[in-house]
Design a protein around this ligand. Structure first.
Ligand SMILES: Cc1c[n+]2nc(N)[nH]c2nc1OC(C)C
Length: 317
C-alpha cells in the first residue's frame, strides 16, 4: 500500500510534467508512447487502489456522468467587457485619456484578442477547483467538468497559490475544420465559426463530448490573487506562465502609442497566419496602480481597450 502510494504519486507528478511540456509549452520531452504507457500504468495502479485517486491525477481529466444542469457561479471580481477602438485615432484618444488620468508616464501591454469564450479558473492551494463562464459578468455557469478536459489547463500548478485567473477558451482552426467535416458527414449543422464551436462545446452538459473537441486556452488576466505583490500586468503574465499557465506568446510591452500602432499594424497583416481566430488587439495600461487610478466605467475598465479588426467576410480557411 505504501509502496503503491509512492509509485502513484511519482507517476502522477511525471505525467503532469509531461502534459505541461506537451500542451502548455508545445515542447514534449518524451515520445507520446512513453506518456501513454505511464498513463496506462497509473490507471492500473489507481484501479487497484481507488482510495489513492486524487482530483489532480491526469486520469481524472474526463469526468463521469453528464450534468443535469450548470450551477450558477458569482464572480467576486466582475468579468468586465472592453470598450472598442476601430481606427488609429480611437487608439490615440485612448492613450491620451490614459495619460491625463495619471501623473506618471503610461506604458502599455498589447495582446491578441482571442475569439473564443471568456472563462475564469479558480485555484485553491495550487489545485484547480472551479471553472466558470463569464455569463453576464457577475454571474456565470459552473463548467468545471468541461474545463478539466482542456489539457492545457493545469489541474495543479507549481506553487500552492490561491488565485483566480481569466482567459479565453478557444478552438484552433484545425480542430474547427475537422469538427465541421465530421458534423457534415453525420448531417449535423456545422458551427458557423470557432467561437460558436468553443462556446457550444463548453456549454453542453457531457464532459465526454467536451473532451473530444480539442479545445485550448490562453490566460490573460487575474481576478483575485492573494499575497501577490506584483505591480504590473506584464509581471503578472510572466508569473502566470512560471506557475504553469498557458499565456499567449505574442503579448508585447509597448512604451509608447507609436509602438502600440506598430503592433496593431503587424498583426493586421500576420493574422491570417495564426492557427487560431483573433478578432482584435487588446491594449492595456501596464502599471497596476495606474489601472486603479483610471478605474472603470459602469461596464468597462478605462485602462484597457479592444481594437477591433475591420469585419471580413467569413473566411472558412
Ligand atoms: C475582456 C478581456 C479580454 N481580453 N483578451 C485579452 N487578450 N486580454 C483581455 N482582457 C480583457 O479584460 C481585461 C482588460 C479586464
Amino acid at each position: 500500500q505504501q509502496q503503491a502510494q509512492k509509485e502513484i504519486e511519482a507517476l502522477r507528478e511525471v505525467l503532469n510534467q509531461y502534459g505541461y511540456e506537451y500542451y502548455v509549452l508545445d515542447k514534449p520531452s518524451v515520445p507520446d508512447v512513453e506518456y501513454d504507457q505511464k498513463l496506462q500504468e497509473l490507471r492500473k495502479l489507481e484501479e487497484e487502489f481507488p482510495e489513492l485517486v486524487t482530483q489532480d491525477s491526469p486520469t481524472q481529466r474526463v469526468g463521469g456522468e453528464p450534468l443535469e444542469a450548470f450551477q450558477k457561479v458569482e464572480h467576486k471580481v466582475p468579468m468586465l467587457s472592453l470598450g472598442n477602438a476601430f481606427n488609429e485615432q480611437d487608439l490615440r484618444d485612448f492613450a491620451k485619456r490614459a495619460a491625463q488620468g495619471t501623473d506618471e508616464p503610461v506604458s502599455f501591454v498589447c495582446e491578441l484578442k482571442i475569439d473564443g469564450l471568456a472563462i475564469s479558473l479558480t485555484y485553491e492551494n495550487g489545485k484547480f477547483i472551479l471553472g466558470s463562464t463569464r455569463g453576464d459578468g457577475s454571474i456565470g455557469e459552473n463548467i468545471t467538468s468541461n474545463l478539466r478536459t482542456i489539457r492545457s489547463i493545469p489541474l495543479t500548478i507549481k506553487e500552492k497559490e490561491n488565485l483566480e485567473v481569466r482567459g479565453e477558451a478557444y478552438m484552433p482552426h484545425k480542430s474547427f475544420l475537422a469538427l465541421n467535416e465530421a458534423r457534415e458527414e453525420k448531417e449535423e449543422e456545422p458551427f458557423a465559426n470557432p467561437r460558436n464551436a468553443a462556446a457550444g462545446s463548453l456549454r453542453q452538459l457531457d464532459p465526454k463530448i467536451a473532451a473530444k473537441r480539442n479545445l485550448d486556452i490562453f490566460l490573460y488576466g487575474v481576478g483575485e490573487w492573494n499575497n501577490s505583490n506584483l505591480t504590473s500586468h506584464s509581471d503578472r503574465l510572466e508569473a502566470l506562465s512560471k506557475l504553469g499557465f498557458k499565456t499567449n506568446p505574442e503579448w508585447r510591452k509597448c512604451e509608447t502609442i507609436e509602438e502600440v500602432l506598430e503592433y496593431v499594424e503587424y498583426w493586421t497583416n500576420e493574422r491570417p497566419h495564426l492557427s487560431y481566430e483573433i478578432d482584435g488587439i487588446v491594449v492595456k495600461v501596464d502599471n497596476l496602480d495606474q489601472q486603479e487610478e483610471l478605474g472603470y466605467t459602469a461596464k468597462s475598465p478605462r485602462w484597457a481597450i479592444a481594437y477591433k479588426f475591420p469585419a471580413e467576410e467569413a473566411v472558412t480557411r
